[in-house]
Design a protein around this ligand. Structure first.
Ligand code: SAH
Ligand code: SF4
Ligand code: F3S
Length: 452
């Protein structure tokens, strides 16, 4: 390795927070002189940015590590980052002894140091640690105040990009690992968020997605702006045409957010508001801090908005003790709201969480059945919702081309995928905005023709 440029391969699992962390990790490593490569075979260092939200997600990284174990003999090094790293800590070294680095998201600033530590151990200039001569851990206390702000973010898309506004979560829903893997809530100042938004606009970005496990809990440490005010201010940055935000927690979702959407054209017509269950009893057991009616009240605010706001959600089926009637309450909630999209999951018991103490008695086959029923119901709702758009004109950001079908791929403000045809002589630029007339609809996408 010495003399030549060091290379790394990074695979990312999990949510947008992880995707964005990976962009920051890539930027940091490139600054350290590493080069990113596309395959494990070319890499000196193999990193996994992991997710632990459900058991299946967690298992993925251990499968990958097992698959590539033999490559250690070729001198390749392995590192585990992200939520599994934070959750399992040094136990990862026991389970996968070929791993050299375990680092949670609050310690990414230390990555350069940790990598030097591994390398110097390798060249013998440093005393080997017990067991493995090349191991380093960054598992900062989750009570940290640090946000992983870095000037070295390597964004993967030149047109739309993420900005983290708040890290961690203080909600402690009974089933969820996030408060344990990402620690307590820490907000960035509105000034630093706005500076990043302006910098991105200068670089040609036109779409920004504000990120946090719970963006509605945003508290400006400088006391200047509420979340809704920050949202509006980002939407007013010259050059920024679209602003999205995720994820919202119903408890803290204020009407001022809807007012901001109504007032600022750049804010997109889309709110993702995870409900988890339509039964107030189950919501209470989940410690979600709202009832079905309180949730529906927030939905009614959105429906009363001047803009046609698309609403999406997350649902968990088979939470311990969920009865058939309680599951039916979730189905009826889907009808009441008329969601534009639902991400649904089978309950998965997770380490450290309060609901681990509850009996996970609903068999997997029954959870799977409930999931199927829910998805089938939601599919019908989406078919009906998407039909409404036929005949309308929508502006899309051009995201790509499906050459096999000779169709362009765009996304509407409502976050719908809109595939469209354009006259042969017109080649819309990726990242540009065009108007499309909608002529057809499917459960998960729309079909249209570019208006010239
Ligand atoms: N911060 C977001 C959620 C992040 S996790 C929020 O509060 O809504 C994304 C989704 O994963 C959650 O909304 C939930 O539906 C699902 N999820 C989280 N923990 C889970 C578990 N233990 N089992 C199944 N699904 C889970
Ligand atoms: Fe998890 Fe609840 Fe926090 Fe969302 S709000 S990240 S579900 S603890
Ligand atoms: Fe997964 Fe961690 Fe995100 S557990 S969903 S990667 S915050």
């Amino acid at each position: 390795m010495s003399g030549e440029q060091k290379t790394f391969y990074l695979e990312t699992f999990g949510c947008q927070m992880n995707a964005h962390d990976s962009e920051k990790v890539i930027g940091t490593l490139v600054q350290e002189g590493y080069r990113q490569v596309e395959t494990v075979a070319e890499a000196d260092l193999i990193l996994y940015n992991t997710c632990s939200i459900r058991d299946k997600a967690e298992q993925k990284v251990f499968h990958r590590l097992a698959d590539f174990k033999k490559l250690q003999a070729e001198g390749k090094k392995f590192g585990v980052l992200g939520c599994v790293a934070q959750q399992e800590g040094e136990k990862i070294f026991e389970r996968a002894p070929h791993v050299s680095l375990v680092c949670g998201s609050a310690s990414y600033r230390k990555l350069p140091q940790l990598l030097t530590q591994i390398e110097s151990a390798e060249t013998g200039s440093r005393k080997p640690e017990a067991g493995n001569p090349m191991r380093a851990t960054g598992l900062d206390d989750r009570e940290t105040d640090e946000c992983f702000e870095t000037e070295f973010t390597a964004r993967t898309n030149p047109h739309r990009g993420y900005i983290t506004i708040i890290e961690g979560c203080d909600k402690f829903c009974a089933y969820c690992v996030v408060p344990y893997t990402r620690g307590k809530e820490r907000s960035r100042t509105s000034a630093s968020v706005l500076a990043e938004a302006r910098q991105m606009a200068d670089l040609g970005y036109s779409e920004i997605q504000l990120l946090g496990q719970n963006v509605n809990s945003y508290r400006d440490p400088a006391g200047k702006k509420s979340f809704a005010e920050l949202l509006a201010a980002v939407g007013e940055v010259p050059g920024i045409r679209r602003v999205r935000f995720t994820t919202s927690h119903p408890r803290d979702f204020g009407r001022d957010i809807i007012h901001a959407i109504d007032a600022v054209p750049a804010l997109c017509d889309h709110v993702h508001l995870p409900v988890q269950s339509g039964s107030t009893r189950v919501l209470d057991a989940m410690q979600r801090l709202y009832t079905r009616d309180e949730y529906l009240e927030r939905i009614s605010w959105m429906k009363a908005a001047k803009r046609d706001i698309a609403i999406t959600t997350d649902v968990i089926v088979g939470f311990p003790g969920e009865t058939e009637a309680e599951f039916a309450a979730t189905l009826s909630l889907l009808d009441d709201v008329g969601y534009d999209g639902v991400f649904s999951f089978k309950y998965s018991p997770r380490p450290n969480t309060p609901s681990l103490a509850l009996d996970d008695a609903i068999p997997d086959a029954e959870k799977a059945r409930r999931l199927d029923v829910l998805m089938a119901r939601q599919r019908e709702i989406q078919i009906a919702r998407n039909k409404r758009y036929i005949g309308q004109r929508h502006e899309v950001m051009v995201e790509g081309k499906n050459t096999a079908r000779n169709q362009w791929i765009g996304r509407t403000s409502q976050h719908k995928t809109l595939n469209f045809s354009a006259p042969d002589e017109i080649n819309p630029r990726i990242g540009s905005y065009v108007n499309v007339k909608i002529i057809g609809s499917f459960p998960n996408s729309l079909l249209g023709q570019m208006v010239v």
